[in-house]
Design a binder for this molecule. Structure first.
Ligand SMILES: [Zn+2]
Length: 411
C-alpha cells in the first residue's frame, strides 16, 4: 500500500503532445493503464503510443501486468495492462532525529526491503552523521541483496527547515552546526567513497514535510489539503496541497514550533527566543517538566515510553501540551481548511489528541472544522522514510525529467 501515488496526479500534455514521460505518469498514477486508454487520454496515434512505450520497456521501467489481458469497456480485443516496473532500481532513504536515525532500502513503490535504526546524534554535526549514514547504507544494500549500482537516488529527512532548491538546512534550531551545510554533496560523497558506485541524486527535505507526503499518498490519496503535525523533541508541520508538498518561498512553511504563545513568556526555546510553542508544548518541554518533579525523562522519546506505560503525570502534561498546540492549530485550520489534520511524533496518543480537540473545536470557525478529520499517524515511525523514498521516485520519474534520463540510458 505504501507507494500508491496521489490520485490528484501530475498534469500531462494532451492534444497529441504527450511525451514518453507523460505516458509513464499516466500508467504510474493508474489514470491510463492500457495502450487503448493511453491513446484516448493523450490523443496520440496507436503507432506513436507504441514507439514511446517501447522506449520505456527498453529502459526496464514498464512491464506488462501480472493479471493478464482485461476486457475493454468498449468491447473488442482484451487489452494488456501496463504497470511501472518497481524492480529495475532501488532507493535509499534516511530519517534523522536528534539522537537516533532510521535508514532503509526501498523499492520504487515504497516497500521497505531492509531497515536499520540506531544512534546518530545530530549535535555531532553533518560530517560525522552523514559519514556514518554512508556505512549504514552500504550494509543495508548488502542485507537487501542489491548492488550499489542499482541505487537510483537517496532521500534524506531532517528535523529542520530545508531549502529544497539547494538541499541545505536553513537556520535549524535543533541542528547546531548544520546551517547552510551542503548535505547533498556530503552524503553523495560518503556513499560513493564507500561503494565505488556513481554519485546518485540526493534529495533533502524537512521530516514533517516528508511524513505528511507519505501519509497523504498512502492513506488519504483523495484529500487535496492535508496537514501533519509532528510533536517530538520539537514541533513542526507538513502541508500537502493537491498531492504536492507546500514549502513556501524559503522552505519555512509549517515551522509552527516557533510561533509565540502567551503561556510561554518565561520559557527559553532552543531557537534562542522566549515564548515559542515548542518551548512549552513539545516532547522536550514535557520531559523537562516531568524531570522537575523527579521523573526520569530527558527527551520526547522518554515521554513516549512513559505514555505507553500509562504514567498519569505524563498523560496530564501531554493533554495540556495538546491544548496549547490545539490553540495554534485553530489558526492553522482556519487558514488552510484541511480535510485531514494528522498528529504524529512522540506525543501522538490519546491524551495529547484529546487536548488538541478541546481547543481546536472551541477556537476554530465551525465551517473550518465541519469536514475535518483529526487523526493519528498510520505509517508510524516509518512515515519519514517512506516519504523520503517517494520524494526521490517522484522526482526521478516526473514527466519533465524522463526524456533526459532515457537519453542517458541510450533508449
Ligand atoms: Zn523557538
Amino acid at each position: 500500500m505504501t507507494g500508491r501515488p496521489s490520485r490528484t496526479g501530475k498534469a500531462i500534455r494532451a492534444g497529441g503532445q504527450a511525451s514518453a514521460g507523460d505516458l509513464l505518469e499516466l500508467v504510474r498514477s493508474g489514470r491510463a493503464t492500457t495502450r487503448g486508454a493511453l491513446q484516448r487520454v493523450t490523443g496520440l496515434s496507436r503507432a506513436t503510443v507504441g514507439q514511446r512505450l517501447d522506449r520505456l520497456f527498453r529502459a526496464g521501467w514498464l512491464r506488462e501486468g501480472a493479471g493478464g489481458p482485461v476486457e475493454s469497456p468498449l468491447g473488442g480485443r482484451p487489452s494488456i495492462t501496463l504497470e511501472f516496473d518497481d524492480e529495475h532500481a532501488v532507493v535509499l532513504a534516511a530519517d534523522l532525529d536528534t539522537r537516533h536515525a532510521r535508514a532503509a532500502v526501498l523499492t520504487l513503490t515504497g516497500e521497505i526491503l531492509a531497515e536499520h535504526t540506531g544512534t546518530l546524534v545530530i549535535e555531532d554535526g553533518p560530517d560525522t552523521v552523514l559519514g556514518e549514514l554512508g556505512h549504514w547504507f552500504a550494509a543495508l544494500l548488502e542485507k537487501a541483496g542489491h548492488r550499489p549500482q542499482e541505487v537510483c537516488g537517496i532521500g534524506l529527512a531532517v528535523p529542520g527547515p530545508v531549502d529544497s532548491d539547494t538541499g541545505r538546512v536553513v537556520q535549524p534550531p535543533i541542528m547546531p552546526g548544520w546551517d547552510g551545510h551542503d548535505l547533498r554533496g556530503r552524503l553523495a560523497r560518503s556513499f560513493t567513497d564507500l561503494t565505488g558506485a556513481r554519485t546518485p541524486p540526493v534529495l533533502v527535505d524537512n521530516d514533517a514535510n516528508l511524513m505528511a507526503y507519505a501519509e497523504q499518498r498512502t492513506g488519504y490519496p483523495d484529500c487535496s489539503a492535508f496537514v501533519l503535525v509532528k510533536v517530538s523533541t520539537g514541533i513542526g508541520a507538513g502541508v500537502v496541497v493537491d498531492g504536492s508538498i507546500y514549502r513556501g518561498i524559503d522552505g519555512g512553511a509549517g515551522d509552527i514550533g516557533h510561533i509565540r504563545v502567551p503561556e510561554g513568556a518565561q520559557a527559553l526555546c532552543r531557537c534562542g527566543s522566549y515564548g515559542c510553542l515548542a518551548a512549552v508544548a513539545s516532547g522536550g518541554a514535557v520531559a523537562r517538566r516531568l524531570a522537575a518533579t523527579g521523573v526520569r525523562a530527558a527527551s520526547g522519546s522518554d515521554v513516549r515510553d512513559l505514555l505507553a506505560a500509562g504514567h498519569p503525570e505524563a498523560a496530564a502534561l501531554a493533554r495540556e501540551a495538546g491544548r496549547r498546540v490545539g490553540d495554534v492549530l485553530a489558526t492553522v485550520v482556519t487558514l488552510l481548511n484541511p480535510g485531514v489534520l494528522m498528529i504524529a511524533g512522540d506525543l501522538a496518543g490519546t491524551p495529547f489528541l484529546t487536548g488538541v480537540r478541546e481547543l481546536l473545536y472551541q477556537r476554530a470557525l465551525p465551517r473550518s472544522t465541519a469536514h475535518l478529520d483529526v487523526v493519528t499517524s498510520r505509517l508510524g515511525e516509518r512515515a519519514g522514510l517512506v516519504g523520503a523514498g517517494a520524494l526521490v521516485v517522484e522526482h526521478l520519474y516526473a514527466p519533465e525529467r524522463v526524456e533526459e534520463r532515457l537519453l542517458a540510458l541510450g533508449v
